[in-house]
Design a protein around this ligand. Structure first.
Ligand code: BGC
Length: 743
C-alpha cells in the first residue's frame, strides 16, 4: 500500500511538473511562430534570434533547387521549381539529371505566349490557380515564373515563355496569374528582370538603352507584377545593364525595384547569374542559386559554401568589410518569403493532374489559338460522313513538352495534334497521315525522354511526293509544322538563326497548296515565322505550344467546336528587316553590347512608324463569325488633367454563331512635343456576343494612359493637346476613332 502511495505521489509530481512545463512552454510561444501576429513582427523576432552563420546560411542554395531554413528555430527549407508552364520533375540533389521519381508528372499548361494570346484576365487567373495548385501539391514554395520579358526580336529563343511585345498587354496578363498562384502559399518568381530579350551571349551582353525606352517598354510588366500582382520574389536576369550583371545591379534592383517600386520580397539570382561577392552583397541580390562551383558540377559535398553569398560573405561580415544592416535586409526578405510560403501552416493541399487542371489547360488553349487567315471558309473542317482528311507534318505527332530548356516537363499525358484530330473527327471520317518532312527526331531533356521513335528513311523529295499524292485525293488537308523545342528554335540558351521555317517546310506547304486548295496550315511555335506561301494558302492557324491538351484544343478549333478568339500578342513581320531591332542592325548575336537603338519602337510601334505592312499584325485574330463596330463616341471632348473621359463603341455580332471579340483601345498623341508611337494599346475588353446581338464596350481614359516618360523631367509626363482614341479589332484593323483634348 505504502509503495503504491509513494508511486502515486511520484507520478503526481511528474505530471504536475510536466503540465507546468507545458504551460510555461505555451506562454513562451515565440512571436515568429505565432501566425496570428503580423508578418513583420514575426520576421523581426526570427531575425533577432539568428546567429550570423544562420543568417548567411539562408541566403544561398543548398541543392539545385532548395535553400536552407533555420533548423534550430524550426524554420523550414525553401523549395523552388520551374515554371512557368508546369511543375518541373524532381532532379537529383546536386545534378540536373532526374531523381527518378514516379509521382512527379504534371499537367503542362499552354506556353505563356498562348496565354497572352487569349487576352483574357480570366484565363490568366485560371492558369495561376491551376499551376499554383500543382506546385502546392508537389510541396514547392517558389514557382520560377511567370516571364514577362518583352518580345523585341522574333529570334529570341525564349519568347515562348513570355507574354508578347506590348507592355500593357503583358502587364494586364501577368497580374491574375501571380495573385492566383500565391493564394496557394506558393510564391511566384517573376523573370528575368530585366532586359533579357535574347539568349545569344545571355551571360555577357550589356543592354544599352535609354531611360525612356526602359520605362515605357521593358519595365511596366515587371512593375505591374510587383505593385499590382504583389509578387513575393523576382529573378535577376543573366545579362548586364550599365556594366553590372542584373543579378546584382544597383540601378535596377536597388534604385528601381526596391526603392522606387517598394518591393518587399526577395531577389533570387538566375541559376549561375551571380558573379561577384561584393556586388552581390551591395547591389540588391538576396538569394543566390546555381552558381557554378566544382561542388555543383562534380557532386562533391558543400560546393555551396563557395557561393558568393556564403563563406566569402561571412568572412567579410566577420572582419567588418560588410555591413550587418545590409545583411539584415536580405535576411528579412528571405524570411518574409519563407513565412509567406514554406512556413505558412494554413495552406491548401493543392492537387496534381486533376480533371480540373486538364480542363483549364484546354480552355486556355481554346482561347489562345489564333485563326490568322480563313479565306473561303476552309475552316472549320466538316465532319461529313465518308470524308477524308489528310494530316501532314512532323509537329502533328511530336511531343513538345520535353525540351526547350528549364521549362521542359515530364507530363502525365500529352495529347498530340494527330491524336486529337483523330479522336474529334468522329465516325465515318477517315484521318490519314503523311510525314511531309523530317525535322528533329530527338526527344529528351535532362534525362526525361519522350520515347517516341520519329525516325524516317524516305528522302525529302519522296516525303513531299507521298504527301501530295494523298493530298490530291483528300477532302481537306491540314499541315501541322512550325518550330520545336530544339536548339536554335524555341529553346533556352540559343536564339533562332532566321525567321524562316526550318527543315524545308516551305517547299512542302507550297506543294500541298498546289495539290489541294482545301489546305489549312497550322503553325506550332512560340515565335513569328516567315510565310512566303501566305497568298497560296487559304487557312492559317497559330497554335502555339499548348501542353498536355494541345491536340484536343487544336481539334476544338479545327472542327469548330470552339470558335477561335485568340489574337496575336506579337507582330508577325513579313521579313526580319521589318522588325526595328533588325532593320537597324541592333540585334547582333555575337556582340557583347546590345544596343536597343530602335528605342520605344518595338513590334507594332515600329511597323506603324515606318508604315510597314506586317504579315499579321499585333492584335490580329479571326473568328468563325464576324463583328461590326459602330462609330465611337466620347463622353466629353475636353478632359481635365485630373479627370477622365469615357470612350464607347457598340460591337455587333454580324455572323451566325456566337463568338468572342477582343475590342482594343489604342491612343495616339496628336500634338506631342517628342516623337511618340502612332498609337499604343491602352485597354482592351474580351466580350462574348451572340449572333445579332450588340454589346456596348466602354473604356475609361485617364491621364496615366496619355503620359510618356520624359528623360528631361525624369518621370512620366502629361502634355496638353489633342489625342485620338482608336478602337479596333487589331492594331492594323482600326474600325473607328474619336478625338479629345486635355486641358
Ligand atoms: C533559367 C531560369 C530557370 C533556372 C532554373 C536558368 O537557366 O534561365 O529561367 O528558372 O535556370 O532552372
Amino acid at each position: 500500500m505504502k509503495r503504491t502511495a509513494a508511486i502515486c505521489a511520484i507520478v503526481a509530481t511528474i505530471l504536475s511538473a510536466l503540465s507546468c512545463g507545458q504551460a510555461a512552454r505555451k506562454a513562451e510561444t515565440p512571436v515568429y511562430l505565432d501566425e496570428s501576429r503580423p508578418i513583420e513582427e514575426r520576421v523581426e523576432d526570427a531575425l533577432s534570434r539568428m546567429t550570423l552563420e544562420e543568417k548567411v546560411k539562408i541566403l544561398h542554395a543548398q541543392s539545385k533547387f532548395s535553400s536552407a531554413g533555420v533548423p534550430r528555430l524550426g524554420i523550414p527549407d525553401l523549395w523552388t521549381t520551374d515554371g512557368p508552364h508546369g511543375i518541373r520533375p524532381e532532379v537529383l540533389w546536386d545534378e540536373w539529371n532526374q531523381a527518378g521519381w514516379t509521382n512527379d508528372s504534371c499537367v503542362a499548361f499552354p506556353a505563356l505566349t498562348c496565354l497572352a494570346a487569349t487576352w483574357s484576365e480570366e484565363m490568366s487567373a485560371l492558369y495561376g490557380k491551376s499551376i499554383g495548385e500543382e506546385a502546392r501539391y508537389r510541396e514547392k514554395d517558389v514557382l520560377l515564373g511567370p516571364g514577362v520579358n518583352i518580345y523585341r526580336t522574333p529570334l529570341n529563343g525564349r519568347n515562348f515563355e513570355y507574354m508578347g511585345e506590348d507592355p500593357y498587354l503583358a502587364s494586364k496578363m501577368v497580374v491574375p496569374y501571380i495573385q492566383e498562384v500565391q493564394k496557394n502559399g506558393v510564391a511566384v518568381c517573376v523573370k528575368h528582370f530585366a532586359l533579357n530579350n535574347q539568349e545569344s551571349l545571355r551571360h555577357e551582353y550589356d543592354a544599352v538603352i535609354d531611360d525612356r525606352t526602359l520605362n515605357e517598354i521593358y519595365l511596366p510588366a515587371f512593375k505591374a507584377a510587383v505593385q499590382e500582382g504583389g509578387a513575393w520574389s523576382i529573378m535577376g536576369a543573366y545579362n548586364l545593364y550599365k556594366g553590372q550583371h542584373l543579378c546584382h545591379n544597383q540601378y535596377i534592383l536597388n534604385d528601381i525595384l526596391k526603392k522606387e517600386w517598394g518591393f518587399d520580397g526577395a531577389v533570387i539570382s538566375d541559376w549561375g547569374g551571380c558573379h561577384d561577392t561584393d556586388e552581390a552583397i551591395t547591389n540588391g541580390l538576396d538569394l543566390e542559386f546555381g552558381t557554378w562551383t566544382d561542388g555543383l558540377t562534380m557532386g562533391a559535398t558543400n560546393g555551396y559554401d563557395a557561393y558568393h553569398l556564403a563563406d566569402s560573405y561571412l568572412e567579410r561580415l566577420r572582419d567588418g568589410r560588410a555591413s550587418e544592416d545590409v545583411l539584415n535586409d536580405k535576411v528579412r526578405r528571405v524570411l518574409r518569403l519563407n513565412f509567406r510560403t514554406a512556413m505558412r501552416k494554413d495552406k491548401p493541399n493543392g492537387s496534381l493532374c486533376s480533371p480540373e487542371h486538364y480542363d483549364a489547360a484546354r480552355k486556355i488553349a481554346d482561347e489562345g489559338i489564333v485563326l490568322l487567315k480563313n479565306e473561303g471558309n476552309i475552316l472549320p473542317i466538316s465532319r461529313k460522313a465518308g470524308s477524308r482528311i489528310l494530316v501532314v507534318g512532323e509537329n502533328a505527332l511530336k511531343m513538345m513538352t520535353v525540351g526547350g530548356g528549364s521549362s521542359s516537363l515530364k507530363v502525365q499525358r500529352e495529347i498530340l495534334p494527330l491524336d486529337g484530330i483523330r479522336a474529334a473527327a468522329g465516325e465515318g471520317v477517315t484521318v490519314d497521315y503523311e510525314r511531309g518532312y523530317v525535322g528533329d527526331v530527338s526527344g529528351s531533356y535532362n534525362g526525361v525522354v519522350t520515347g517516341q521513335d520519329l525516325s524516317e528513311s524516305r528522302s525529302a523529295e519522296e516525303l513531299i511526293n507521298d504527301a501530295c499524292k494523298k493530298a490530291a485525293e483528300a477532302d481537306a488537308v491540314i499541315f501541322i509544322g512550325g518550330l520545336n523545342k530544339s536548339r536554335h528554335q524555341d529553346c533556352e540558351d540559343s536564339d533562332r538563326l532566321g525567321l524562316g521555317l526550318p527543315y524545308g517546310q516551305n517547299a512542302v506547304i507550297e506543294a500541298l497548296a498546289k495539290a489541294n486548295p482545301n489546305l489549312a496550315v497550322v503553325i506550332i511555335s512560340g515565335n513569328a515565322v516567315a510565310m512566303p506561301w501566305v497568298d497560296n494558302v487559304n487557312a492559317i492557324v497559330e497554335a502555339w505550344y499548348c501542353g498536355s491538351q494541345s491536340g484536343i484544343a487544336l481539334a476544338d478549333v479545327i472542327f469548330g467546336d470552339v470558335n477561335p478568339s485568340g489574337k496575336l500578342p506579337m507582330t508577325f513581320p513579313v521579313k526580319l528587316e521589318d522588325n526595328g531591332a533588325h532593320h537597324l542592325g541592333a540585334y547582333n548575336p555575337e556582340s557583347r553590347t546590345a544596343n536597343y537603338s530602335e528605342g520605344i519602337f518595338v513590334g507594332y510601334r515600329w511597323a506603324q512608324k515606318q508604315d510597314i505592312r506586317p504579315l499579321f499584325a499585333f492584335g490580329h485574330g479571326l473568328s468563325y463569325t464576324s463583328f461590326g463596330y459602330s462609330e465611337a463616341s466620347v463622353s466629353k471632348t475636353k478632359m481635365a488633367a485630373d479627370g477622365t473621359v469615357t470612350v464607347s463603341v457598340n460591337v455587333t455580332n454580324t455572323g451566325d454563331r456566337e463568338g468572342k471579340e477582343i475590342v482594343q483601345l489604342y491612343i495616339g498623341d496628336d500634338e506631342a512635343s517628342v516623337e511618340r508611337p502612332v498609337m499604343e494599346l491602352k485597354s482592351f475588353r474580351k466580350v462574348s456576343i451572340k449572333p445579332g446581338e450588340t454589346v456596348k464596350v466602354s473604356f475609361e481614359v485617364n491621364a496615366d494612359m496619355l503620359k510618356y516618360y520624359s528623360e528631361e523631367n525624369g518621370g512620366w509626363t502629361l502634355e496638353k493637346g489633342v489625342f485620338t482614341a482608336y478602337i479596333g479589332a487589331a492594331s492594323d484593323d482600326i474600325r473607328t476613332s474619336v478625338k479629345f483634348s486635355v486641358r
